[in-house]
Design a protein around this ligand. Structure first.
Ligand code: UDP
Ligand code: MG
Length: 312
């Protein structure tokens, strides 16, 4: 019986989560007991402290000292959730890995379903939000726009997708081989392929503490991911160019017709319109190209995605 025992790594990125870590750990362990998962699976906790300024690191270290199943990595500073997730994937030794938020917004109750799907042979089990929980209306609209854009560009239906997923060993190894600095975990799990299934869940309220996102940081995150995952903004530049060209040709034809009819051409207004259109278009295009160049520069420098301060 023992040799069929599988290890399931729970990868948890943590940033200032002192109020939730212990509860998270206890909730997972009690789920393991209640759902009799313990008969087939051993949990391994892979906590990554993403440069927290509170007691998060101390709490995780204490847990790892009393429980051998707890692994602990602390970053030298805050490198962001993506870096923490990818570090966790590297550390995880399990036959499958489940990536979860520390604040219990990803309900552990669906873990048995995820494991069941994995047992049926699905390499990736996506947690899909059936409801986005409580959030502002503007966020809701913005996220819908973001996902419809990114879904169209990547060709995967990513509506409701989240970072809550189960990945089999082969999927984890595939992700670990990706060399790029700028990652978007949510989309990369689709990109690597493999047979996948999904489990729907309702986003829970945060158990304690507060969200690290602000409107501004969410917007920056969206731009970051759109540009690291697709070249569509670059293609849009071409389209804008064509549009401006068409307007120019239209105005030109209009001027010729007016000239032939002996009417005077409104030179100044059309000049101003063309000038502002063209300048705006060019500057916007340069801005978009600059984002890609900056990204290339970042990749070229080849700096590590994160720096580890302490590990156990
Ligand atoms: N997180 C992280 N680094 C950061 C920001 C967040 O590791 O720089 C972790 C955080 O501790 C949590 C998860 O990412 O486990 C989701 O963060 P949060 O709850 O703030 O985001 P939301 O649920 O509001 O999208
Ligand atoms: Mg949260």
């Amino acid at each position: 019986m023992i040799d069929s025992m599988k290890t399931i790594s729970i990868v948890v990125p943590c940033y200032n989560e002192e109020a939730t870590i212990r509860l998270f750990y206890e909730t997972i362990l009690s789920l393991w007991q209640e759902q009799t998962l313990a008969e087939d699976y051993t949990p391994e906790f892979v906590f990554v402290d993403d440069g927290s300024k509170d007691e998060t690191g101390i709490i995780i270290r204490a847990l790892s000292e009393t429980d051998d199943r707890v692994r602990f990595t602390a970053f030298s500073r805050n490198f962001g959730k993506e870096a923490a997730i990818f570090c966790g994937l590297k550390q995880a030794t399990g036959d499958a890995v489940i990536v979860m938020d520390a604040d219990l917004q990803h309900p552990p109750a669906i873990i048995p379903d995820m494991l069941e799907k994995w047992k049926q042979g699905y390499e990736i089990v996506e947690g899909v939000k059936s409801d986005r929980g409580r959030e502002k209306r503007s966020y809701h609209l913005f996220s819908r726009l973001f996902y419809s854009l990114i879904s169209r560009m990547t060709g995967f239906d990513m509506a409701g997708s989240s970072d809550y997923k189960l990945l089999g060993r082969r999927a984890v190894d595939a992700l670990n081989q990706l060399p790029e600095r700028a990652t978007f975990f949510r989309a990369l799990s689709y990109w690597i392929g493999f047979k996948s299934a999904s489990v729907r869940y309702k986003v829970a309220e945060r158990s304690a503490g507060k969200s690290k996102w602000t409107g501004r940081s969410l917007f920056a995150y969206a731009i970051e991911n759109l540009t690291s995952f697709t070249y569509a903004p670059l293609r849009i530049i071409g389209l804008v160019g064509i549009l401006i060209l068409c307007i120019g040709i239209g105005l030109g034809i209009d001027a010729i017709i007016s000239y032939c009819r002996g009417q005077s051409v409104g030179g100044y207004p059309s000049l101003i319109i063309l000038l502002t259109l063209a300048t705006g278009g060019i500057l916007l295009s340069l801005g978009i190209i600059a984002i890609y160049i900056a990204k290339m520069y970042t990749e070229l420098k080849n700096r590590p995605r994160y720096i580890i301060d302490e590990q156990k």
